[in-house]
Design a protein around this ligand. Structure first.
Ligand SMILES: C[S@@+](CC[C@H](N)C(=O)[O-])C[C@H]1O[C@@H](n2cnc3c(N)ncnc32)[C@H](O)[C@@H]1O
Length: 496
């Protein structure tokens, strides 16, 4: 047995691609530097695609969920490997693209997703136009040693678009730390480089890098990450087809690597259960800021305001000190908006909803829809009526600070907003159990549906959340709203 098998792993984690990715320059012989990862990651591409990559599936699904990847999302996966994440994004309805340095892994990705735009290339020079994507993902592909990639990511993201990336977290503290130990069998210079690559997961480091690169609303999210293997030999093969596994193989030789890795895993075999290695992973969600001076919606403001619209502008000025973008948009038919709000008032009374109740219903529904405008405006109201934590919790799907009745409201609002055709009688039961009668349940449902209608009109017509929401909304709420259109940029020194 190798002496270091018993020790804690000294490196924090697995490098993404080996030394090749960091050093700019000519590369080896006639091969450019960025192509070198193909040697490690691509040499056993079928093993990488079937034994290694499917292990990461929980990570892909969780990040796609956080990023609300769905029908029509234009998504790029940077360092896409053999393309399983691209395939899963496509299955959710996204129009997906991917790039990786390994030609042999991209060949697998193309085999998996023939309709996706998959390219062999260098992530520091993305071959797509400015603003081409709504979402960019990178799963353990962007590291502390590759910050320049983030400038490229911002360039190809549309204003307000989202980046979701993962990096290793506190690997040493993970129950499955043992599974990364074979990567420590590389020589000392490679290990030193691994440590540099794995800094982003440390508290505040990733946040600082992303903010420094101009991203906003940077949020750290928990990402489940578990490797499972049928037996020690499959584990050893799955490690041998990775870039850092290859670095260790270059140091100790392939057969010894396979033998030692299988011997290591044999210590973790459990009768009738797969080998299991749970590893701490960190996810970051960050937003590309909106363009200064961008229009506030797709419609021009009416040239002449009706008497009703003028009154609505005056009401906004008196109440908020500015005219909301939504009011400017609905000024084309202010009576339609007022009828909607009259009906909202009626069902509010029937259901007996307090401001706090309405804050819960609106934020649960609009965060499900991905509508940032009403999530921010009502997130601030809910924070005032309850607390910043309650508001941020509901916006991110955490109802632990709500009581039973409020939880029933939040869960029903999400069901209605997500898919009203998928509800069942069992979904309505919690509302009855907390004391709501039939007329009240109708009123609560109508309240959510009318709010969804209001959000849909605003979102479809490109209404950008008012810049004043940047300062009037508590930070915890701003941080929780990482979806939808970013608020208009804060006023510069020359702004009126
Ligand atoms: C840790 S793997 C992650 C792969 C994939 N995202 C996954 O979840 O399995 C790192 C990937 O980065 C790729 N890579 C390394 N340097 C690169 C570069 N300069 N440009 C594009 N891809 C690169 C490697 O080929 C490898 O597929």
């Amino acid at each position: 047995m190798r002496a270091d098998m018993q020790a804690d792993p000294s490196a924090q984690a697995e490098p993404a691609a080996g030394e090749q990715v960091v050093h700019h320059g000519a590369g080896v012989g006639s091969t450019p530097q960025w192509k070198l990862p193909d040697e490690g990651w691509g040499r056993k591409s079928a093993d990488a695609a079937t034994l290694h990559e499917p292990q990461n599936i929980r990570e892909y699904v969780t990040m796609h969920q956080h990023l609300k990847v769905g029908g029509g999302t234009r998504l790029l996966d940077v360092a896409c490997g053999a393309g399983l994440a691209v395939e899963l994004a496509t299955a959710r309805g996204a129009t997906a693209a991917g790039i990786d340095a390994s030609a042999r892994l991209v060949a697998v990705a193309r085999d998996r997703s023939s309709g996706a735009d998959l390219r062999v290339g260098d992530m520091r020079d993305l071959p797509w136009a400015d603003g081409a994507f709504d979402v960019v993902t990178s799963f353990r592909g962007i590291w502390g040693t590759t910050p320049e990639v983030l400038a490229e990511v911002r360039r190809v993201l549309r204003p307000g678009g989202l980046l979701g990336m993962t990096v290793w977290g506190h690997v040493k503290a993970s129950p499955g730390a043992w599974a990364l130990r074979p990567f420590l069998w590389a020589d000392a210079s490679r290990l030193a480089h691994q440590a540099a690559m794995n800094s982003l997961g440390k508290p505040g480091v990733g946040e600082q890098l992303l903010t420094g690169q101009g991203f906003e609303a940077v949020r750290r999210v928990a990402v489940p990450f578990v490797w499972e293997f049928a037996d020690p030999e499959s584990y050893a093969r799955a490690m041998a087809c990775t870039g850092p596994g290859y670095e260790a193989i270059q140091t100790i030789g392939e057969q010894r690597f396979l033998d030692d890795a299988a011997e290591l895993a044999a210590q973790h075999v459990r009768e009738g259960l797969p080998l299991r290695a749970e590893i701490n992973l960190v996810g970051f969600i960050a937003r590309n800021p909106a363009t200064p001076g961008a229009v506030s919606s797709f419609l021009a403001e009416p040239v002449e305001l009706s008497a009703g619209a003028s009154a609505a502008y005056a009401d906004d000025e008196a109440e908020l000190g500015y005219v909301m973008t939504a009011t400017r948009l609905w000024a084309h038919d202010i009576e339609a908006m007022e009828s909607l709000f009259t009906t909202l008032g009626r069902v509010t009374r029937t259901a007996g909803l307090s401001v706090r109740d309405r804050g819960i219903l609106v934020t649960a529904a609009t965060s499900t829809l991905g509508d940032s405008y009403c999530s921010l405006a009502w997130g601030a109201k809910l924070a005032a009526a309850a607390s910043d934590q309650v508001s941020a919790g509901v916006l991110t799907g955490d109802d632990s600070l709500l009581d039973e009745r409020e939880r029933a409201l939040a869960q029903w609002a999400r069901r209605v907003a997500a898919d009203p055709n998928a509800t069942t009688d069992a979904d309505v039961r919690p509302l009855r159990e907390v004391g709501y009668g039939e007329a009240q349940i109708l009123a609560i449902t109508a309240y959510v549906a009318l709010r969804v209608a209001f959000s849909t009109v605003n979102d479809a017509l490109g209404a950008v959340p008012d810049r004043q929401l940047r300062t009037s909304t508590p930070q915890a709420v701003l941080d929780a709203v990482t979806f939808g259109r970013a608020p208009a940029p804060a006023a510069g020194p020359d702004s009126p």
